[in-house]
Write a protein that binds this ligand. Sequence first.
Ligand code: CA
Length: 235
Amino acid sequence: MAANILLVEDEPAIQELIAANLARAGHHIVRAADAESAQRIVREALPDLVLLDWMLPGMSGIEFARRLRADERTRSIPIIMLTARGEEHDKVTGLETGADDYITKPFSPRELVARIKAVLRRRAPQTTEDPVELGGLRLDPATHRVAAGAQAIVLGPTEFRLLHFLMTHPERVHSRGQLLDQVWGDHVFVEERTVDVHIRRLRAALESTGHHQLIQTVRGSGYRFSTQVESTGVQ
Ligand code: CA
């Protein structure tokens, strides 16, 4: 599984060690040495997960986690806190600010990779290689294949990622901006109508088996993958 992980850690040696281990596990790492630069990075592209040191110069890791949770756009990014503190009340504070998990230094690289995998599986299933089956479609991230029963469906890379995200977050409406953030990783330099273009291509590819109806337009809001056909608000 490959996820885009934002590592916020001010100690160069620890940053280097973590980054090397996560890269070996197949992840893409973006590094920040303080919360202020991490904020700038997040403003441009949403990571799949934030690995966040508690003690940072300037804004603390806890404060940064609070800000991520307070903002609609960044609210659901999984966060794992890293800390040298092992005391119970600190752990509670960390989890109360909305961290998904909490790792006390020193930790083994293997433990870190395993904890990241567990959080991603729970919170960002589109980054895992688990096959998804829904509404008569089967999507396998490991082989990059989509099938409706015995019939293979050929998709371009963007349509594949789009369908993967929609199938792992079904029955929910996603705005064009959210889809750009989640599927393109860029909501600043890509135009929203790009989403419409790829939704059209995705529907066209699904049409021969009748599965295009799973991709629904919710007028004024965005798109949704739904196995329930609705009579209102759907084109
Ligand atoms: Ca630190």
